[in-house]
Ligand binder design. Structure first.
Ligand code: THU
Length: 128
């Protein structure tokens, strides 16, 4: 199954009773391991978490630290781009050339590099 297909499958488990906007994310590490996430909303709205954040948390819990490829999917008229916070979270674990695939449940797909999604990203080297 492709990364987009796996993201679509996990999207079904999203907990999004407030926005009704279910999102799924799937990432692959260089070793081929795949980690999945979906958005998890909360009655206290700001406490909700994005699908990408869930997949990254699963990756770290699984003992991996590098994203080789990541896909996000939602039921939207155009491919949904990761929010600003998730761009920063992805950039923490992905090299600038890593491809982010954004897909819709209707079959549209767009791709962008991490460096293009978050130009001028703050990173650890700035704290040296
Ligand atoms: N959301 C994600 O999970 N990932 C994105 O890339 C965009 C937005 C979620 C957050 C919230 O639960 C819902 O979509 C509406 O913003």
């Amino acid at each position: 199954m492709s990364l987009v297909e796996q993201a679509a499958e996990i999207r079904e488990n999203a907990y999004a009773p407030y926005s009704k906007f279910k999102v799924g994310a799937a990432l692959r590490t260089p070793s081929g391991a795949v980690y999945l996430g979906c958005n998890v909303e909360n009655a206290a709205y700001p406490e909700g978490t994005c699908a990408e954040a869930g997949a990254i948390a699963a990756m770290i819990a699984g003992g991996d630290t590098e994203i080789a490829e990541i896909a996000v999917i939602a039921d939207a008229p155009v491919p949904v781009t990761p929010c600003g916070g998730c761009r920063q979270k992805i950039a923490e674990f992905a090299k600038p050339d890593v491809v982010v695939t954004m897909a819709t449940t209707s079959g549209m797909e767009a791709q962008m590099r991490v460096a293009d999604l978050l130009p001028g990203a703050f990173d650890a080297s700035q704290m040296e």
